[in-house]
Design a protein around this ligand. Structure first.
Ligand code: ZN
Length: 272
């Protein structure tokens, strides 16, 4: 399996997860010592389980592990922002996106789905050859991804890692979960594979919102240095004219970034 394991430190659960384990143990011990305490123990465990669930359902939460939602301060100080494009490569949309980015000399980060990458290897090479970065967005983009256990996380993400590394010529360093949803085992799997979880600062909902002006407004509201913007070259919704909304939004977004004096860079460039 191609990964960055040699470089990765051992997994260390967040303080919240370690506290959750301690709370479960204390609840069990409490009930063993004083059976009449069971309603309190059950209430505490239920509240904790609800917090764990919320931590997995909220894409920008850090309860379950490290999660990059903005570029570091030093990148923001350089006026950098990151454009990330998910769910590709797409044979119709991705080449147009590459043209639009090339016209402006802009580099972006593509979170590719492993199986789609394997179906369109030339597109993955074109992304990498143009100086963009290919990162890991799972092998199949399963809708039940957030329900998987540690072993299936390792298989699903590890297989994508192998495919993407072989096609792009460089192993992904970043991972994004489908719809941003996960559970406590994901952090363990990412630590094993040497991958860093990235979500976003803001998204335009360009897989379901066909109104280009509205998508653009969502992406550019409170636009600031250090923002990570989420777009989709795969699963892009189409407007009434049949044109993928992303292709209408992207040139205007690049104009807005230029007008604001912001410089789009890849996640790797911003973090190095
Ligand atoms: Zn996705």
């Amino acid at each position: 399996m191609r990964d960055n394991r040699a470089m990765s430190p051992p997994w260390r659960p967040t303080r919240f997860l370690r506290g959750s384990v301690a709370l479960h143990a204390a609840a069990l011990a409490g009930v063993a010592l004083g059976p009449e305490l069971w309603p309190w123990a059950l209430g505490a465990v239920a509240a904790n389980q609800a917090a764990i669930l919320a931590g997995g359902l909220l894409p920008r939460s850090r309860l379950l592990g490290p999660n990059l939602t903005r570029l570091p301060a030093r990148a923001a100080a350089r006026g950098e922002v990151a454009l990330s494009l998910d769910d590709g490569p797409d044979p119709e949309v991705t080449p147009r996106v590459l043209e639009l980015l090339a016209e402006r000399g802009v580099r972006a980060t593509f979170f590719c789905i492993g199986e789609r990458a394997a179906r369109h290897p030339a597109l993955v090479r074109a992304i990498a050859d143009a100086g963009h970065k290919v990162e890991n967005h799972t092998l199949r983009h399963r809708h039940d991804f957030a329900l998987l256990g540690p072993r299936r996380f390792l298989r699903e993400i590890g297989a994508a890692q192998d495919t993407l590394a072989a096609l792009a010529g460089e192993a992904p360093r970043f991972f994004r979960a489908p719809a941003g949803m996960r559970n406590p085992f994901l952090d363990f799997a990412l630590a094993r594979l040497g991958l860093q979880l990235v979500s976003w600062t803001r998204r335009g909902y360009d897989t379901r919102n066909a109104d280009a002006a509205d998508v653009l407004a969502r992406l550019t509201r409170d636009l600031a240095p250090g923002d990570i913007l989420l777009l989709h070259d795969g699963n892009a919704v189409r407007g009434a004219d049949g044109v993928p909304v992303l292709l209408e939004v992207l040139p205007r977004l690049l104009d807005a970034l230029a007008a604001a004096g912001l410089r789009p860079v890849t996640l790797r460039a911003a973090l190095d």
